[in-house]
Design a protein around this ligand. Structure first.
Ligand SMILES: Cc1cc2nc3c(=O)[nH]c(=O)nc-3n(C[C@H](O)[C@H](O)[C@H](O)COP(=O)(O)OP(=O)(O)OC[C@H]3O[C@@H](n4cnc5c(N)ncnc54)[C@H](O)[C@@H]3O)c2cc1C
Length: 442
């Protein structure tokens, strides 16, 4: 195990470094943020705070269009703490749909249940079905907090085309609202438009201008299921991971409200037939019996939701920066919120104090995220390895037995802690998932 001595174990809430005394960005600098998801809104808020703190006026415009992004929405305690530490924001009750207090791990040989403490928050990502989503609530908070001249949010507006700024010439972006269209000039552009935007010609054109290369993507799917009329008590307030019952695919089921769950599938674009196959598996039926699958899809469809599993390249080009999911410095398979929030903070800090000066940027950004890059390699390897080992039934049984044994007795909890960390994301892949793999064999 000495090989792993230098790797981080527990993932802790990120603490910013002490800032320099004076801003590095020029007064009146024009900054344009494209995308009002979590990272765009957080960056807008952070820049406003810095501008106010130093009495250093800058102009920041946020272009924000809304898309159907409501599925998913599991907030870990790390993301919750990051929101409080970096943005003084506490999630308000209307956003919390349920608290997730238990994790269920299920494979072809059976299931085990693990208590999750602190609980995680289940919510919608964006507003839908009359419920307030997390992105919307956070943006509302940002709007209420930021009342500075020069700070503008263009709601229901879409960036359509543009040219990136260079060190000597400003860039511009054509933005259209419901009844208006304007060209916004900017000295700095931040693109925080999420992975779905990669198919937009505008984002592709910006990528071409800056030589940006997006993160590698893994196929994934998401949908919401309506379970009313069924006995769903076994998965209420739970998150379940169904490991490789669909080949090379991990399925997550997250309780939302009574009779309502989110289903996500990693490494596969699943179809209705896949879902029928999954829910007809005897191990799944022991947990929950779902009939009439087609009628259970709340949106009558399963959506593609590709997942970044690597880092982007050339995400900083002179005065243009891609952040959030487009940057790719997130831990694969987990906790996108934490990293979107941290990156926005770091991007704002580097812009305001150092005007993205390359040497300084590399020092703070690349060094800060070097650990994540390494950890992600492990995450990918272990995901792949797990898929291979899923073919060996005795190993799957052994893993469950090991957890049951540990839960029944005091002492080392190697495998159960490793499994728990799959749900909570609170420890690094190197440490716990490696132990988890060992746990299947020993
Ligand atoms: C299905 C799914 C489920 C997930 N579940 C979880 C979870 O449970 N827990 C977790 O921690 N993370 C989860 N994630 C990851 C997390 O949602 C992301 O990491 C995080 O939202 C990234 O934020 P972002 O601001 O980079 O991008 P996004 O949240 O995608 O925001 C991008 C915004 O830009 C806007 N936009 C796009 N194009 C334009 C344009 N041309 N002009 C103007 N605006 C534009 C979009 O409408 C959107 O509002 C999930 C992701 C997906 C896809």
């Amino acid at each position: 195990m000495t090989l792993f001595r230098n790797f981080p174990g527990k993932i802790s809430p990120w603490k910013p470094e002490d800032p320099p005394a004076v801003p590095g960005i020029h007064k009146g600098a024009r900054i344009l943020i494209i995308g009002g998801g979590i990272s765009g809104s957080a960056l807008y808020y952070h820049l406003a705070r810095l501008s106010k703190k130093h009495d250093h006026p800058i102009e920041v415009q946020l272009v924000s269009t809304s898309t159907c992004n409501y599925c998913g929405g599991l907030m870990t305690s790390l993301a919750y703490q990051t929101l409080q530490n970096l943005y003084d924001y506490t999630i308000a009750p209307p956003v919390v749909l349920t608290l997730i207090k238990e994790g269920i791990y299920l494979n072809q040989c059976g299931a085990v249940r693990l208590k999750l403490y602190p609980p995680m928050i289940s919510m919608l990502r964006t507003d839908r079905f009359g419920e307030t989503g997390f992105d919307g609530a956070f943006k509302q908070y940002v709007k209420e907090k930021v009342k500075l001249p020069g700070f503008i949010i263009h709601e229901k507006a879409r960036a359509l085309e543009g040219e990136v700024p260079t060190l000597h010439t400003p860039g511009w972006v054509l933005v259209t609202g419901s009844e208006w269209e304007k060209k916004i000039e900017a000295d700095y552009i931040i693109i925080a438009s999420g992975l779905n935007s990669l198919s937009q010609p505008f984002i592709q054109s910006l990528a071409k201008q800056t030589h940006y290369v997006p993160p590698r993507l893994m196929p994934a799917s998401v949908t919401e299921l309506n379970l009313t009329g069924l006995d769903y008590s076994a998965i209420d307030n739970c998150v379940a991971i169904i490991d490789n019952l669909l080949p090379q695919c991990a399925v997550g089921i997250i309780s939302k409200r009574p009779g309502w769950v989110t289903l996500t599938a990693l490494n596969r674009e699943i179809t209705l037939e896949d879902l029928e196959k999954l829910f007809s598996h005897p191990q799944v039926r022991q947990l929950i019996e779902v009939d009439k699958m087609a009628e259970r899809l709340r949106c009558h469809m399963v959506c593609r939701a590709p997942l970044g599993i690597g880092q982007a390249k050339n995400y900083l080009n002179q005065r243009t920066l891609f952040i959030g999911d487009l940057n790719g410095y997130v831990r694969v398979f987990k906790d996108g919120y934490t990293h979107a929030l941290q990156q926005a903070y770091a991007a704002g800090h580097e812009l305001f104090y150092h005007a993205w000066q390359p040497a300084q940027f590399n020092k703070t950004w690349n060094l800060k995220y070097a650990g994540i890059k390494r950890d992600n390699r492990w995450g990918r390897v272990l995901f792949w390895l797990n898929g291979i080992l899923a073919g060996f039934k005795f190993l799957q049984r052994k893993r469950l037995e090991a957890v049951r044994e540990e839960l029944a007795h005091q002492g080392h909890r190697r495998v159960s802690l490793a499994l728990k960390s799959l749900f909570t994301g609170e420890v690094s892949y190197q440490k716990r998932r490696f132990r988890n793999s060992c746990g299947m064999i020993v």
